[in-house]
Unconditional design. Structure first.
Length: 351
């Protein structure tokens, strides 16, 4: 039986479409096992943040559920302290009224107090990760602190990335007077030390979570601006950009649809570094009283509180905040490295 005459034509009627940039990057990213594991860890942290924000977990982090400085459960309760002398054992010839003028009225007050019924909530001797000096659960504080610190670090890094990428793209693609003006603006921001610039913005805007995000975003874009500017200057005259211009692609399309995906690996690496740096900046601002308000908790406030507790040998709040911060920062950094490798155009050419 002979084949239809148009069989060969049908086989070549629909040419195979080339794989898109983002789909190819996702395929390469899935091949990185470390990157996938780190993405799962970051996703777990984000889910924990969502639960804390909705009030499903760590809602009562301010409640004093344990005794002051309650040790972690795996250590066990503190040994009973030595009791002082029994009541009334003040010696045969000691008159309590000579020591305390109000001593004769204590019995009267005790009788009157019996008329009022009070219910004392029992406090735990141990907590899963211990308690702070006020008896609050360190685990609940660490979860709630994760919400605040990650929110501040990630959102401030996103804001700084958007500002730095947009300004760097304008300066690198257009150059001329636009580039000169943006270079002048960059030099103004970098001429002032970062910490002084942060303090200046904090003094103007006051304290609060939104203020911390705004401060870090407005002061942190300079580290990304120069890199994006250099990458856009390098790519704007390359063949694929000239070809896009020849077929009628607009300026915005050439900047953000053609050049931006090829420099996204640089942006992602810088953004991951900014997340880490902004979390540290939040710690400094909260420690100095310019960051998170007193009615909120973050990793920074936990570390500040833990300094006084560490002197007394109560290390669990410091350990909890440090472990939570180290796990998230490490996972986020490794995930960003895997994304950089997946998006790097040099590595794409080796396939």
């Amino acid at each position: 039986m002979s084949k239809p005459e148009n069989a060969s034509v049908t086989a070549y009627a629909q040419p195979e479409r080339s794989e898109g940039v983002w789909r190819a990057a996702w395929r390469r990213f899935k091949g990185d096992k470390v990157g996938l594991v780190c993405m799962m860890i970051v996703a777990l942290f984000l889910a924990l943040i969502a639960l804390a924000a909705s009030g499903l977990v760590a809602k009562s982090w301010q409640d004093e559920v344990g005794v002051p400085n309650a040790p972690p459960t795996f250590i066990g309760p503190k040994p009973a302290e030595a009791q002082g002398p029994a009541a009334g054992a003040t010696g045969p010839n000691v008159d309590l009224s000579d020591i305390d003028p109000l001593a004769p009225r204590y019995a009267e007050w005790a009788e009157k107090a019996k008329a009022y019924k009070t219910t004392e909530v029992p406090k735990a001797e141990t907590l899963p990760l211990g308690g702070d000096r006020m008896g609050r659960d360190v685990l609940s504080k660490a979860i709630k602190g994760t919400e605040i610190s990650v929110f501040v670090g990630v959102l401030a890094a996103v804001l700084a990335t958007l500002i730095g990428t947009f300004l760097g793209a304008l300066a690198g693609f257009f150059g001329g007077k636009v580039g000169d003006f943006l270079e002048w603006l960059y030099n103004v921001f970098t001429a002032i030390p970062d910490i002084l610039l942060i303090f200046a913005f904090a003094a103007v805007f006051g304290r609060g979570i939104g203020t911390v995000v705004l401060i870090l975003g407005l002061t942190g874009w300079t580290s990304l601006y120069r890199q994006v500017r250099a990458e856009f200057m390098k790519h704007r005259m390359r063949e694929y950009v000239r070809a896009a211009e020849a077929i009628g692609a607009s300026t915005g399309a050439r900047m953000f649809r053609h050049i931006l995906p090829n420099v996204s690996h640089v942006i992602l690496v810088r953004m991951s570094l900014m997340v880490v740096g902004f979390i540290k900046s939040e710690v400094i601002l909260s420690y100095l009283g310019l960051g998170v308000p007193v009615d909120q908790v973050s990793w920074g406030t936990m570390l500040a509180e833990a300094q006084g507790e560490l002197i007394l040998g109560h290390w669990w709040q410091l350990a909890a905040a440090t472990v939570f911060m180290a796990v998230f920062v490490t996972a986020f950094s490794l995930m960003a490295d895997a994304l950089r490798d997946a998006l790097d155009p040099k590595l794409r050419g080796l396939e």
